[in-house]
Design a protein around this ligand. Structure first.
Ligand code: WQD
Length: 348
């Protein structure tokens, strides 16, 4: 059987590497492009080790149109899964132009290269942050978009570009997946979340803190109108997220533009997350309540009903498993992928 080939942009990143693993285990060949700004080639080596299959890896930045075009010329690509983007809310408030250049221009370059190569099937990594300061929870795909930071704004702009593309070119099939808060790691513990520098996201910060790499967690705000004053998010296991991507590919190509929430429908506050992480891992998390982080919103919780109905997708893993699996990766690799390379990589 000929294995379809998926081009995974940002495939060395946290969600991207887990997607590569899931696609390979489900019959795809995978080609990855990544610029390693927030990832490591070691993640790809680990996926190859786990699956026993080679991945073609190109060190390409999406703002480099000619290198991007060469990838499409050198491979017969059937589908594209697009993760490559800057993705931290707080960071985007400090670097808006970098977020728009990388996230929006990067998408435009990718779409041009796809059109040139007659590749018309795309799954796009969108984000729940588009919903902004939502009034009615849980959020459906028809909830109003109220982005409150450049990261969320860039994802909303990308979705509007994709809608216009599909309106003009109905031969395109595009599925935008609005993730809520991905967390956890593959059960092997050989791949996981290992951002460059100090993590902006809370779960990798928790695992690194528990591994002794930080002194305390700053909790951004305790004056929100939530169960305990700290912000509420819908944490979703990264393996559930990537299974959603594969189901979107396999349900397709549905002509036109489609968007789906990928969330559990369960909201967890920052303090509840800390307590669950401590219980699951047996570690103690020192934390200090500080002011709100600019760009943050009080609560984001998904209604996954549309993805359930149209993709046959539902989240199967809970917060306990997310904490367990995230900590399993960090315990095996205290310094992240740097330690994987030093120790010659993990076992298959
Ligand atoms: C979660 C909560 C913080 C760090 C993420 C991704 C984004 C999108 C949505 C996919 C917030 C609090 C955090 C810390 C804290 N996912 N926090 N101390 O901002 O919800 O967005 O999920 O597209 O890409 O970035 O995630 O982990 O940064 O924050 O108190 O040191 O934890 O205020 O309430 P966020 P996060």
């Amino acid at each position: 059987m000929i294995r379809p080939t998926a081009l995974v942009t940002g495939g060395a990143g946290f969600i991207g590497s887990h997607c590569c693993l899931d696609l390979i285990l489900n019959g795809y060949n995978v080609v990855v492009i990544d610029n390693f700004i927030n990832s490591s080639p070691a993640a790809i080596e680990q996926v190859e080790r786990i699956t026993g299959r080679d991945i073609t890896l190109h060190d390409v930045d999406l703002t480099d149109k000619s290198s991007l075009g060469e990838v499409f010329q050198n491979h017969r690509i059937d589908v594209v899964v697009h993760f490559a983007a800057h993705k931290a809310v707080g960071d985007s408030m400090n670097r808006p132009l970098e977020y728009y250049t990388n996230n929006v221009t990067g998408l435009l370059n990718l779409l041009s290269a796809m059109q040139e190569a007659d590749v018309r099937h795309l799954v796009f990594s969108s984000s729940c942050s588009i919903y902004g300061d939502a009034e009615d929870l849980p959020l459906t795909e028809n909830s109003p978009a109220r982005p409150t930071n450049p990261y969320a704004q860039s994802k909303w702009m990308c979705e509007k570009i994709l809608v216009d593309l599909c309106t003009r070119h109905p031969e395109f099939s595009v599925t935008a997946l609005r993730y809520f808060n991905p967390a956890g790691a593959h059960e092997s513990g050989e791949i996981g979340e290992d951002p460059t520098g100090v993590p902006g996201n809370i779960v990798p910060f928790l695992t690194q803190l528990a591994a002794g790499r930080h002194d305390e967690l700053q909790v951004f705000g305790s004056d929100y109108a939530t169960v305990d004053g700290t912000a509420v998010r819908d944490y979703i296991h990264v393996m559930d997220v990537v299974e959603g991507h594969r189901l979107a590919l396999e349900t397709g190509p549905l002509p036109g533009f489609h968007r789906y929430n990928l969330g559990t429908g369960v909201g967890t506050s920052v303090l509840e997350l800390i307590r669950e992480f401590e219980t699951v891992t047996g570690t103690t998390i020192p934390y200090r309540i500080v002011g709100r982080r600019p760009g943050d919103v009080p609560a984001l919780v998904a209604s996954p009903a549309l993805a359930n109905a149209e993709l046959g997708w539902t989240a199967r893993r809970n917060l306990t498993e997310m904490c367990r699996d995230a900590w399993n990766f960090q315990e095996k690799h205290p310094a992240g992928y740097a330690s994987a390379v030093m120790s010659g990589g993990g076992s298959a």
